[in-house]
Design a protein around this ligand. Structure first.
Ligand SMILES: NC(=O)c1ccc[n+]([C@@H]2O[C@H](COP(=O)([O-])OP(=O)(O)OC[C@H]3O[C@@H](n4cnc5c(N)ncnc54)[C@H](O)[C@@H]3O)[C@@H](O)[C@H]2O)c1
Length: 308
């Protein structure tokens, strides 16, 4: 039997995730949104591409959670963008209300699902989803690290004029200004990147990675990135559905790992059919660990505002 994925929020990220899932025939897809007609219209449009693309998965759109029942996996992209005059805290509270209401319905209709949170502020929304759903911690995760790492790898490959596939590495920490790239663990065809790029160039790439989201927002003027974010979500779904045991950086609930307690922060995890099957604890220098804990502190401040 084919798997079922529900995508809550049929905006740019949600619809593009649906598109990628269809192209890869990973699951039947239900697009859900509060806007009437939008998920239905996008779902039908994607379905009608099937005969040309050669996929015959089911794609439907709905405004009712009853149609999402018994999903194997739910992607949470519902939320508001920041509007002029809105503070970060206002946005935080508004998106918390959206995620809270949506996760309550998801937990009711798909009590066994794995939940991938995308809505920003990412780590705080993942924490909200975890607390509201009551799911075990292996079934709730946030997407950020795969995207941030993809941006980092892109810029490194460009600077070195090599294939992106040769560049391996990861980004730790919360999604945002406090993310922690770890150049010591970044390699190009097995060669440490610190041997290949001067320190100042590496630092410039790390800064550009941390501002990767804002760089796209400034170019688009309206809206934020969705091609790379949706690709990152689908890489996580592929790892889970194929039980790949793939090590990817994801926002995960830490209970003492890296000295962080009771918070979602980006760390390398092993993704397989049970979701987060292991949190990988790598050795960090005191400076790297301090940067990770600073990042966790930033997440903690947000989580305290919404009380989860
Ligand atoms: N984690 C990351 O790395 C990352 C990357 C890109 C975007 N994002 C975040 O993902 C979210 C979605 O981004 P987007 O570009 O798709 O935005 P978008 O505005 O295009 O789509 C959001 C959709 O959510 C819907 N929505 C709002 N309230 C809802 C509710 N209560 N129930 C169901 N649907 C609801 C809206 O109608 C809209 O269609 C944003 O919060 C964005 O900041 C995160």
């Amino acid at each position: 039997m084919r798997r079922k994925v529900t995508i809550v929020g049929s905006g740019n990220v949600g619809a593009t995730v649906a598109h990628r899932l269809a192209d890869r025939q990973l699951a039947d897809v239900v697009l859900m949104d509060i806007l009437e007609g939008i998920p239905q219209g996008k779902g039908l449009d994607l379905l009608e591409a099937g005969p040309i693309e050669g996929y015959d998965i089911r794609i439907t759109g709905t405004n009712s959670y009853a149609d999402t029942a018994n999903s194997d996996l739910v992607v949470m992209t519902a939320g508001f963008p920041r509007k002029p005059g809105m503070s970060r805290d206002d946005l935080l509270k508004a998106n918390f209300e959206v995620v809270k209401g949506a996760v309550e319905q998801v937990a009711r209709y798909s009590p066994e699902c794995i939940l991938i949170v995308v809505t920003n502020p990412l780590d705080a929304m993942a924490q909200a989803a975890y607390k509201v759903s009551g799911f075990s911690k292996n079934r709730v995760m946030g997407m950020a690290g795969v995207l941030d790492t993809a941006r980092y790898r892109t810029f490194l490959a460009e600077a070195l004029n090599v294939s992106v596939q040769n560049v391996q590495g990861f980004v730790l920490g919360g999604h945002g200004d406090t993310m922690v790239p770890v150049p010591r663990y970044t390699t190009v065809a097995g060669i440490p990147v610190t041997e290949l790029l001067p320190q100042d160039q590496l630092e410039a790439i790390i800064r550009r990675t941390a501002n990767g989201g804002a760089e796209i927002v400034n170019l688009l003027k309206a809206g934020s990135a969705y091609y790379a974010p949706s690709a990152a979500v689908v890489e996580m779904i592929d790892a889970i559905f194929h039980d790949r045991k793939k090590i990817l950086p994801c926002s995960a609930y830490l209970e003492g790992e890296y000295g962080i307690h009771g918070l979602f922060v980006g760390v390398p995890v092993k993704l397989g059919s049970r979701g987060i099957e292991q949190i990988i604890e790598i050795k960090l220098t005191p400076e790297e660990l301090a940067a990770l804990r600073r990042s966790a502190e930033a997440v903690k401040e947000l989580v305290q505002v919404i009380g989860v």
